[in-house]
Design a binder for this molecule. Sequence first.
Ligand code: PLP
Length: 389
Amino acid sequence: MALSWLEIDLGALVHNLDQAAARLRPNIGILAVVKSDAYGHGMVPVARTLQDHGVGFFGVSKFWEARELREQGIARPILVLVGIEPEDLDEALRLEIRPALFRLDHARAISRAAPRLGRPARVHLKVDTGMGRLGVPVDQFADFLDQLSALPGLEIEGVCSHFAVADEADKSYSGEQLERFRDALRMLAERGIRPRYAHVANSAGLLDLPQAHYELVRPGLMLYGSQPSPDLKAPAELQPVMTFKSRVVQIKEVPPGRSIGYGRTYVTQSTARIATIPVGYDDGYPRLLSNQAEVLIGGRRVPIVGRVSMNLITADVTRLPEARADDEVVLLGRQGSERIRAEELAALSRTISYEIYCLIGRHRFKHFLPAPGPRGTCTEVDALSPMRS
Ligand SMILES: Cc1ncc(COP(=O)(O)O)c(C=O)c1O
């Protein structure tokens, strides 16, 4: 029996997908971002569920993620958001995996690889409209397109960009980015290039910037049940998908004046009952939560006392006299009417919910609760989603 495990509620995932779909005009597709093991939720079961519920496109950051999706039966188009290295191109193109394209040398390699396939290679051009990270800067885009036009064998299926601050209440910078994206679309049109898909909207763009929806939207975080930030004007009713559970392994009564854990950072003021829980930073539970976070036992919040160590934490259950060894502990998620959200753990550990999901999501024991609809699955999960380091 696992001492701690994740429950991944695929029904909640479908609920969140419905929330996303309800905000879209007809004929706008969803490219679900399932990179980084679906933000720790288990890429393959998540993608299968989304595919069963009509998602038409998937986004990952690495080629091997896309290949794994294909091997596990994901038939829909897949975009590798960070591009594909030339040595992987033949396999990628054969598997109908599309690269994001932002480098001319990669474009040349794709052009050379396409004839071996006997059909044009579909690519999505990545434009940097102000994120300052990946993509062709808009002021170099016309030149980039002119050089591409000399390369046969490429089908420009998509053109995309990424927002830097779509999650903030002030949308002026996102407006500037959209203006630059429109410039890029004009440059394409002037050259007679009409990509089937333009896409820029992440979760925040999907929720708060309907003018940025184009033909595809690219949500990640909201599918997993978190708002991108508390500042959105149009938040959705989302259900967190991930629950992190464990069990108390020991409870003991400790006299006043005793220190708890490494560094002796917590000393009991009076007689206390201390519950030890077999979870630590090796499970992705941040050490910054030492003496900060709470966990749920018996449907009540109890404080973590002392340091988070590699494999253990300690909670003060003095005010929960009914607590016993083997009681279920919820570190993230709901128990009874209480809930601990990723946002709460993120604020306490000075990060964002995305990182909390990715860290805790590395946990190797995932139990998937079935989704309603076309094909409910309830699977013990290691087999489907092997852990990657
Ligand atoms: C290029 C790109 N598109 C879309 C997303 C999804 O963003 P979000 O999870 O905020 O919806 C990401 C996530 O990092 C991304 O890198």
